[in-house]
Design a binder for this molecule. Structure first.
Ligand code: THU
Length: 140
């Protein structure tokens, strides 16, 4: 990924973050997922009064993309922190989101861009989820 693409993806994640629905945690997260089709799919966290029904920003972006017909991805940018403020810390994807992303990418070639006001960290999904369950673990 070149620097332009990274900047564009971060800007899209920051924009999506403004649409977070997070009245319970007050923690707003935005994600932007780059498809192999070149499209950027945005997502935000969507909370619920029944707390476990909450959807993270990363999975919102992924499900939006899959519903639009894209199933392979190159990278995701994630920005999260207290609502209404610039993100002061990076927001690493939760375990459920890491597993969900692994279904639709090549983990060694998929980049996760974590961005705060002070920091930028780029890791592969393989680094974030080195030992993972996949379809090959299922009976044929
Ligand atoms: N959240 C995300 O959207 N993505 C993450 O990777 C971590 C957590 C959301 C879920 C919930 O709405 C809020 O952040 C606090 O956990």
């Amino acid at each position: 990924m070149d620097e332009n693409e990274v900047e564009k993806l971060i800007a899209a994640a920051q924009e999506a973050r403004l649409r977070a629905y997070c009245p319970y945690s007050g923690f707003a997260v935005g994600a932007a997922l780059l498809g192999e089709d070149g499209e950027i799919y945005q997502g935000c966290n969507v909370e619920n009064a029944a707390y476990p029904a909450t959807n993270c920003a990363e999975r919102t972006a992924l499900f939006t993309a899959v519903a639009a017909g894209c199933r392979r991805f190159r990278a995701i940018a994630v920005v999260g922190g207290p609502q209404g403020q610039d993100a002061q810390e990076i927001c690493p994807p939760c375990g459920l989101c890491r597993q969900t992303l692994a279904e639709f990418c090549e983990p060694k070639e998929f980049y996760v861009v974590l961005c705060s006001a002070q920091e930028r960290l780029v890791l592969t999904l393989d680094e974030l989820l080195p030992v993972r369950f996949g379809a090959e673990g299922l009976p044929q």
